[in-house]
Ligand binder design. Structure first.
Ligand code: PSV
Ligand code: MN
Length: 432
């Protein structure tokens, strides 16, 4: 089923033309403010333009909870339509040139065709994600009691084989990393022997690691709870770090912002992993209570800024080889996924941009002299700047939209999709 592809570029140009004089004056006054702090705004624009984040293919449809799902109109029905929606996000935001895929959700029997579709839309592919948290039709053995750490060798072998297949599919897509998140764990004390389960997991992961192409990385994603509610095998960054250390250089930790205990200092975890060369990448999202998978920057924008602040500190110290993968992982239950992902990409870009404004030598000076208030104010001064004019200039220079949401809404893209795509059936439950 084909849909209207991309948004009419004349429409974007017209909306940009209307918004451009306002943008000019916002940019000028921000430039003057930054100038007073000896910051050159054009240099910040250049650096901000280097920021990009991958879109999760699985975030393109409406998500849900275990209580239900309320599908929106014109949702994509398959990976090809998902890629079309991703291309619209990229067309408007110019900060999302790649897509992270999930297997077998994105397996339509012809991964070459998926690659070609992406290429035709100007998209590339980031890490591939495996799925051993659901049973698939016809699968010989079940993941009900775990996958890579299962007590039954046959289940472990099936899970390993699936991950190897993901690598094969990922090679077709030009991906350079496999992300492994396992649901393995237990619901009741006594259900599982913690040590043996971790041992079995590590042995399984050794086989996956051994199959990695030379230029690939293996990202391990930890998660505190859910679907297991008493313990999970890779519950936290400590277990994750142990596993990546055990496996070798190509294994790195992936930090999903929603996968920690409430009030955990995630930016400090980021700093630790970066320092030890074990920070592989991110699944960005936001949350209030647990793994809420809300839009990036919608709940705790200061935390996001503090994370980027650590990333820039690490980048300064480690140089160009420090290059964690930035991906989003959100569930859009009550919003149009395109709108949520556009907003999230911009929030991430703004947080990144603000962290570029931190006066690091001043910060270092105050830290060295234990000037607590001034150290904190130095960080806060960067966070408090309104940098939206910078990211808008980055977008317009790259051919995007000054106001992506406005352009998207005026384009009627979703309504076109609703006319052209077969509606999704039912309102079944399910978290993406
Ligand atoms: C698990 O909650 C997770 O964050 C992993 O990244 C999965 O692959 C993704 O969500 C699937 O919804
Ligand atoms: Mn995730």
């Amino acid at each position: 089923m084909t849909t209207s592809k991309l948004i009419n570029s004349q429409l974007i140009a017209d909306i940009n033309a209307e918004a451009s004089s306002q943008l000019k004056s916002d940019y000028q006054s921000l430039g003057e403010r930054l100038d007073r702090r000896q910051i050159n705004i054009d240099e910040i624009v250049e650096k901000t333009a280097a920021f990009s984040v991958a879109i999760p293919s699985w975030g393109m449809g409406t998500g849900g909870t275990r209580f239900g799902r309320f599908p929106g109109e014109g949702e994509p029905e398959n990976i090809f339509e998902k890629l079309e929606d991703c291309a619209v996000i990229q067309q408007l935001s110019r900060a999302t040139p790649s897509v992270s895929t999930h297997f077998p959700w994105d397996d339509y029997g012809d991964t070459g065709a998926v690659y070609e579709k992406g290429e035709s839309l100007g998209l590339t592919f980031d890490a591939v994600n495996s799925n051993t948290f659901q049973d698939q039709p016809g699968q010989p053995v079940s993941y009900k009691y775990g996958s890579l750490s299962h007590t039954d060798k046959a289940v472990r072998e099936q899970a390993i084989a699936h991950n190897l297949e993901c690598i094969t599919q990922g090679q077709v897509l030009g991906s350079k990393a496999l992300t492994v998140w396992v649901p393995d764990g237990s619901n009741f004390p006594g259900q599982q022997n913690f040590r043996r389960a971790f041992e079995r997991y590590l042995v399984s992961m050794e086989s996956i690691y051994a199959a990695l192409p030379d230029d690939w990385q293996l990202f391990i994603e930890h998660k505190l709870f859910e679907p297991a509610f008493y313990s999970t095998v890779i519950s936290d960054w400590g277990s994750n770090y142990i596993a990546t250390q055990h496996l070798g250089e190509k294994a790195k930790c992936l930090v999903d912002l929603g996968h920690h205990a409430p009030s955990v200092n995630i930016e400090q975890i980021v700093a630790r992993l970066a320092q030890m060369d074990k920070l592989g990448g991110f699944h960005f999202n936001d949350s209030k209570y647990g793994d809420d998978d809300l839009d990036c920057g919608s709940i705790a924008p200061y935390q996001l800024f503090l994370i980027f602040n650590e990333l820039l500190d690490a980048a300064e110290c480690k140089g160009p080889d420090f290059n964690p993968a930035y991906m989003m992982d959100q569930s859009h239950n009550v919003t149009d996924p395109i709108e949520s992902l556009l907003t999230s990409a911009m929030n991430l870009q703004n947080a990144y941009c603000k962290s570029l404004l931190v006066d690091r030598s001043k910060l270092d000076h105050y830290q060295q002299h234990n000037d607590v208030i001034m150290a904190n104010q130095t960080l806060k001064a960067a966070f408090d700047e309104d940098v939206r004019a910078i990211s808008a200039v980055v977008r317009i220079k790259a051919g995007g939209a000054i106001e992506p949401l406005e352009a998207y809404r005026k384009s009627g893209y979703r309504a076109d999709c609703a006319r052209q795509r077969v509606p999704q059936s039912g309102s079944s439950a399910g978290i993406v």
